[in-house]
Structures are given as structure tokens and as C-alpha cells.
Design a protein around this ligand. Sequence first.
Ligand code: ADP
Length: 278
Amino acid sequence: MSYAHRIEGDRPIKLSEFDSTEDAGLRHEEAIQRTDRIVAELAELQELMSASRQRSLLVILQGRDTSGKDGTIRHVAGALNSQSCSVASFKQPTEEEMAHDFLWRIHAETPAKGQIKIFNRSQYEDVLVVRVHDLVPKHVWRERYDQINAFERLLTDSDTTVLKFYLHISKQEQKRRLLERERNPMKSWKLSAGDWKDRELWDEYTAAYEDVLNRCSTASAPWFIVPADKKWFRNLAIAEILLESLKPFRQGWIDRVEEIGRRERIAIEEYKRSRENS
Ligand code: ADP
């Protein structure tokens, strides 16, 4: 059972249909224990994935300001081995990045075989902030949905699992979090007047997100809407999808790792024999 909503693309969705406060009737403590168990299993799978080097995993996190992209990374990715899991954050493009096509900087960060990569923001900013703030003409961003779909198809055809999460918070919850940041000195580094300004464009962002979810959720690179008003539920929902998506590969990875072990044992035996004879 999944706690987040997979967008199947069979009918157009509206964000207002999804309840951001959903928690599947779970209690806080129960959800945290479940998440811990899932993340521990995920870490074991990560080791196998890394050792077998057959596939990679790309996790895309998108959401409005304060929706919990950083928190998800801390709680879910934080428990994974940093030798084969890393984060790429996409901010306003640099001059060099602007001099290339919009996918140039994205492609450079995609995970190698055996690796997990988490995108904190992504190629989707180029049809979100760029569209809402009119940073390029409409005829340019309009083409990008198809370009993104083709790009992601290339990744999935090249043995990358691509999972995309929209962290769904309500307008009230965003206000609460923005005010909390202002009160909490430990969170001052996150303060930005731009967040309040973007909040005024809430409906424009809603329309832009709905287009992303309706146009770019594919069978091989699906979008999930994650109820994110409750941080502990958000973490559980994402961790669970990551685990379920990787589990089917477990046996294949075990077989591959055993095969590598067998080959190396033969090579070691041959080496030892050659030393005995010399
Ligand atoms: P965050 O808000 O994710 O913690 P920042 O405060 O550094 O991190 O924000 C990054 C900013 O970069 C966001 O406002 C985001 O919209 C912007 N950004 C990301 N990608 C692009 C892009 N392609 N074009 C314009 N702005 C972008």
C-alpha cells in the first residue's frame, strides 16, 4: 500500500483534490518507527545496488518553499551510505549554465550505475519558476514538457529508476512554517523575502505544478503527490515508495554480487596456485 498518490496520467488532476494533511490514521511514533525500519532496509538494498553496479536511482524532490525538501533529505537520505548517495541542489542558473540548454547542468548530475542521486529542485524549475516569473517566452517553456519526458526516457532506458515527488503543503501550513523560521534563530539562514513574494503567486504556481503533474508523469518516471503538512508522514510516504521501487531488483543484485564473488575466488585460487608452483 502506498501513502502517496501516484499520478497515472489517465485523467487530469487538480491539486485541490488532494488533502495535504493526510496521515493514513497513523500516530506520530508509529510512523517514525515504521520509517526507521524502512530506511534500514533501504540502506541494505543500497549496499547491494552499489556492489552490483547494474542500476541507478534518481529521486526528484519538488515543492513550494518550506514544503520539506531539505527535511526529506535529512531524514530519508541521511541514513544512507554517502559513498553511493549524494544530493544535487539546483539554484538560479549560473552564467555558464545559462549559456547551455536547460538540461545541460541536470544531465551532468545524473547518477552513475550503483549510485543514488537526490535532486533538490530539478529540470522542473524550468517550467515552474521560469514560467511563473516569465523568465523565458512561453513558446520556449511550452516545449520543455516534451523535452523533459524525452530526457527522462533516456535515463530510464539506461537503467535508472526515476521517482518524482511533489511535496504537497497547504497555504496555511506554509504560512505557519515561514513565521516559525522568523522566530527560530537556528532557522534564520533559511529566511528569504522571496518566499513571501512567491507566496503571492500561489495560484500561478498551482497551475504550473498541475501542468507538470499532468504532462510529465509517465509509467517509467512517475510523479507522486506526497501529503506533506505532517513532516513524519511525508518522510514515511517517500521512504516507502523508494523501498518498494527497489525491492524487485534485490534478487538480481544478490545474484550479480555472488557471481562477482565466484569469479574473484577463482582468480584468487589461480593466483595462489601460480605462486605455489613458482
Ligand atoms: P531552496 O529554496 O531550495 O532552499 P534557495 O533558497 O537557494 O534554495 O533557492 C533556490 C532558488 O533557485 C529558488 O528560488 C529556485 O526557484 C531558483 N531556481 C532553481 N532553478 C532555477 C532556474 N532554472 N531558473 C531560475 N531560478 C531557478
